[in-house]
Each structure stands twice: as structure tokens, then as C-alpha cells.
Design a protein around this ligand. Structure first.
Ligand code: FES
Length: 161
């Protein structure tokens, strides 16, 4: 979404009539962040500057609100976002090995993205599939029971991307 396409009045109208104009603008921010991130996979600085201008809010406030939510990112994301679960069950069943194999294979650390934007590697707490530990998610998909073969397949599927 281009910032100029953001219909501030329409979104503000759905935020509620009790809020003041400034609070409504802040309410618009989350919606705008989601749309921008859908488009770019992260929140580019120049787009946030445009948004600050459009909403007449200080840029620092825009960053402050965005950084409060873990779902928003300030640097480009990989086409595949791999999250290795490090919850207790996965930890006990070898999550550290899965994480370290991925870090080694792609030469990145937890929280980083490969230079070719093929993959972002992250860790996450329990994803609710403890019976399948160790578990990782790849975008929206869950990969469970990660042994050598599945790890190998996962690595290849990212490389083939
Ligand atoms: S601890 Fe990993 S899915 Fe629950």
C-alpha cells in the first residue's frame, strides 16, 4: 500500500467517536503499519516518514508505536520466515541443534536474514505442537519431529526458493 492510498478519514471513522483527533490518528497507525508491511514485508524508513507527514505526527512517535509491537519489523524479511521453537518440549528434544544447524548452513544468527532475502531465522516460544517436538514454523506451516532428514529437506527447500 502506498501511503497516499491510505484513507485516513475512513479508518479514523471506524476507530470510534469517543477518541480525540490525535488518538484517532494513533489508532490509524496500526492499520497503516499492517498495510505497509503487507506490501514491503517490513516498515521502510522512508515510508514511515511519509506516514508521519500524512498524519501530522512526529516520526519518533511513529517509531515508538511500531516498536511496541513485535509483529512489525524495520528491516527486510526473508521470503521464508523460519521460527525454531525453543519452548521446553522442543528444547528437551533438540531445538538447539536445529537452530545451530540452520545458523551454520545459512551463516546467519537468530533474528537475522540472509543477504539474498531467502530466509529470516528466528526463535519462538511454544507454538502449541509440543507433541511434535522439535518444531519449527516456515511462514504459516508447522514442521514437526525435525530429525536429520526433515532438517535436510527444510534446508533444501529454502535453498531452492
Ligand atoms: S515447546 Fe515447542 S511446540 Fe511446545
Amino acid at each position: 500500500m502506498k501511503v497516499e492510498e491510505l484513507n485516513v478519514e475512513e479508518v479514523m471513522g471506524s476507530v470510534g467517536s469517543i477518541l480525540s483527533g490525535q488518538d484517532k490518528k494513533r489508532g490509524v497507525l496500526i492499520h497503516a503499519f499492517q498495510k505497509i508491511q503487507e506490501e514491503y514485508s517490513y516498515l521502510p524508513g522512508d515510508v514511515l516518514k511519509e506516514l508521519a507527514k500524512k498524519l501530522s505526527l512526529p516520526l519518533a512517535e511513529i517509531y515508538s508505536v511500531a516498536s511496541f509491537y513485535k509483529q512489525f519489523h524495520f528491516s527486510p524479511r526473508g521470503r521464508k520466515v523460519v521460527r525454531v521453537c525453543t519452548g521446553t518440549a522442543c528444547h528437551v528434544r533438540g531445538a538447539a541443534k536445529v537452530l545451530s544447524a540452520l545458523e551454520k548452513e545459512f551463516s546467519i544468527k537468530d533474528g537475522e536474514t540472509t543477504a539474498d532475502l531467502a530466509m529470516t531465522l528466528e526463535t519462538v516460544g511454544c507454538v502449541g505442537c509440543c507433541g511434535l517436538a522439535p518444531v519449527a514454523t516456515v511462514n504459516e506451516d508447522v514442521v514437526g519431529d525435525i530429525g536429520k532428514k526433515k532438517l535436510h529437506d527444510l534446508i533444501n527447500s529454502i535453498k531452492e526458493e
